[in-house]
Design a protein around this ligand. Sequence first.
Ligand code: GDP
Length: 455
Amino acid sequence: MTQETIAAISTAWGEAGIAIVRLSGTNARDMADSVLSCTVPLRETRPRVLRNGFLLDECGVAVDHVLAVWFAAPHSYTGEDVAEIHTHGGTLVAQLCIRRLLSRGARLSEPGEFTKRAFLNGRIDLTQAEAVLGIIRSRSEEALRAAARTLRGELSTFAAGIRQEIVGLLAQVEAGLDFPEDDVPPLSPEELDATVTAIRQSLEDLSDRCSIGLILREGVRVAIVGKPNVGKSSLLNALLRESRAIVTAIPGTTRDLIEEVLTYRGIPIRLVDTAGICTPGDEVEAIGVAKARDALRDADLRILVLDGSAPLTETDAEIIDGIRDVPHLVARNKTDLPSVVTEEDIAELLPGSPVFSISASCETGLEALKDAIVAETAGAGTLDAGLNATARQVGEIRSALDSLSRAEEAIEAGLTPDVAASCLADALRSLDRLLGIANDDAVLDRVFRDFCIGK
Ligand code: GDP
């Protein structure tokens, strides 16, 4: 089968030592040859051997001294014939190279199309394709390691194992439904229940590991709340000052609110100071207040700052009521001053909430606070077992978990086995989408549209 040949600059834009132009498809090698002058052309060169030569412009004049290599299908990144031309860096020469290749019949690749072809040709599965983007986007070593674990296949192996168990169980249940008179005794409800529970527990482990990976990849949003003058800005500044690795280059970081990102134990923590929540004075302020409220609502966690050196007020009580039912922890600030509000006082108002005594001015208690942010948001999984996962993947795993829980409920309620079978089939469909077995175009489009061109 012939594959249309696609081309793209695979390296970053701008001045650099080299730039790599990549081609994939049936004519990749010949197209590369057609724009180069090498002493030995690629078509007479073994795969994976670098040749040096010249890149020619439209008039046949050499414009750069380049290296070129080709990889024979199926032993290439995409599983197709692939050729690479390594030009000198800089925007112009790689652009010229692309222009020449397009005039020879190549098509400019779409974002992620090389990786999509690798997936469609069976070189990698969908979780691995998404891990490639995880590697590219990693902002910490921990995130990088999680992405590498997924790229090596840990997520897919684990998920495929669970999928296989569901397939086996479903076959047994369906055999009982279709051929009840057969000699094979059907599974008893107890056996069925125990098996579904065991599968659900394995999937929960996977879910924990993927949730960690998602947090390493995307970070967590933490809103700092409290009435004026309790020390919110001071806390934000103290946390940032104390952390040596401040990451600010996160796409979508809004500058309208005071939002800063620090990395702690590999997790990008986006801190938003919601100081703006007050009665707006004018239209512009109203927009700010609305944004602050959104940030408060959308946060993964809220830190309620209370002034430990002054009696609590009506405003504190209102804010406490507002966060009671959403994930939060409490920072009792200004503990360098004589204490008026104790941890016990706070425990009475917010039973069960984690309370930390800190001083933003003296920078004490911050380490425990940051550990608590990680513990509250990362859940049960441990950081070094994290698997790179996207929100899509975590969503599929959670929906498979829901289906398995529904299967357990159906069995425990004594419903006929066909109900459990239909829940198991739902779980299977979620795992198929997770692994890309379903080959659903909408899923693929969603996965690959985030990639850069040339990957
Ligand atoms: P915000 O309005 O909640 O953001 O509060 P600020 O961070 O602006 O702090 C209000 C005042 O409290 C400032 O004068 C700070 O210097 C002071 N402050 C903040 N944290 C502490 C602390 O831990 N100890 C003491 N003694 N003063 C603090």
